[in-house]
Design a protein around this ligand. Structure first.
Ligand code: MRU
Length: 368
């Protein structure tokens, strides 16, 4: 996407160093810093410490991780046990986004039949690059399929913009291009439709306030940052026409894991008769699961993220201030599950569907 006249992606392959690079998102929006993923440990650290985050981007990073494992294998590139072990370490970096295992396994399965280390490295790189391009294309299509939804609402509105609420960051920083939840917004805005986005700040790491607000601002889209608890109030007062969020893992029955707080937005949307849509590429469906609440693993992160609000100091380095009493325990559940019954529909690269197994499978019949 365009950042101050420069085309940027959150991940790219650098031909000179022959390694992937990423934007270190921890320092956005105040500093745009790049990080080199030149070892498997660097890949794992980038995922765990959230230099990169967002399900499709974690998947692409994991895919490149297999390439890095081969490229930096110290003579062990044909040792399948070693490579499979490295892949498992990458897959274990974060538990909730299914895209991570999907990306790693896709590249692993591609390289295993190759009989030389050199062809394995080439195949891993080609497959990782293919994943990156496919995810970009998928998000573009999500934008086109979501556009009609916003157009329909726009046609029925007498005046004012279409007000869309979103949670966390499901933008291009979380994918490769366009984003998932944001793709319909970018597409609608680029077509001249008047939209305004309510951006949940998304405590504790503020992906909404820091990243979604930055992205939308760079694209010129009108937006307002709100506290996570404001959604119900503004929905009750007719200030929200549509909710669109992303997801880290969605079951074949339509249960949706996404950033903590998404479930409460879905409940408030249901109570106020506001459409609640989830945008996702097919790589985010977990076709093996039916019961999201009981079977999707929910990441718990360091309570320090709750007790200490992060920001940058005057030198542009990460710093934090403590809020609760030092003796108070905190619990950091990073995701929650919104049951399918609260979801109005999905926006995928193949079109829109209802949040039911039959409707999802009508778009993805090969998963029947
Ligand atoms: O903890 P994060 O920042 O990785 O969580 C990200 C989200 O919850 C996104 O909404 C989700 O991954 C969809 S990204 C297109």
């Amino acid at each position: 996407m365009n950042v101050d006249g420069k085309q940027m992606r959150p991940i790219w392959f650098d031909a000179e160093s022959k390694t992937p690079w990423v934007i270190d998102q921890r320092k956005l929006p105040h500093r745009l810093i790049k990080a080199n993923l030149d070892s498997v440990d660097a890949v794992i650290e980038a995922i765990q410490e959230m230099f990169v985050r967002g399900a499709p981007l974690i998947g692409a990073t994991g895919a490149f991780g297999v390439y890095v494992a081969l490229f930096k294998s110290n003579g062990k590139g044909m040792n399948n046990d070693h490579i499979i072990h490295e892949c498992q370490r990458i897959k274990d970096a974060r538990p909730t986004a299914v895209n991570l295992a999907w990306g790693v396994d896709r590249v692993l399965q591609t390289i295993l039949p190759h009989e030389t280390h050199g062809t394995r490295i080439t195949a891993a790189l080609e497959e990782s690059l293919a994943i990156v391009e496919e995810e970009a294309e998928n998000c573009k299509r999500i934008g086109l399929h979501g556009l009609s939804l916003i157009e329909e609402i726009s046609r029925t509105k007498k005046n004012g913009p279409v007000n869309i609420l979103t949670h966390c960051n499901a933008g291009w920083l979380a994918t490769v291009e366009y984003g998932t939840a944001t793709a319909p917004m970018y597409t609608a805005f680029d077509k001249g439709i008047d939209i305004h986005v309510w951006v949940d700040e998304t405590r504790p790491l503020n992906q909404g306030a820091r990243l979604t607000a930055w992205e939308l601002g760079k694209h010129g889209i009108a937006h307002t940052v709100i506290t996570d608890n404001a959604g119900g109030h503004i929905m009750q007062h007719g200030m929200v026409d549509l909710v669109i969020v992303g997801t880290d893992r969605t079951t074949r029955t339509g249960d949706v894991a996404n950033k903590i707080g998404t479930y409460l937005k879905a409940l408030a949307a249901k109570d106020n008769n506001i459409p609640f849509y989830v945008a996702l590429p097919s790589s985010t469906f977990d076709w093996t699961l039916r019961d999201g609440i009981n079977d999707i693993p929910i990441e718990t992160r360091d309570p320090h993220e709750i007790t200490h609000i992060q920001g940058l100091d005057k030198n542009g380095e990460l710093t934090s201030v403590m809020v609760p009493p030092a003796s108070s325990p905190a619990a950091n559940h990073a995701f929650d599950v919104t049951p399918a019954r609260l979801v109005s529909g999905f926006i995928t690269e193949r079109g829109r569907c209802d949040a039911s197994e039959a409707s999802i499978l009508s778009l993805f019949p090969e998963r029947t």
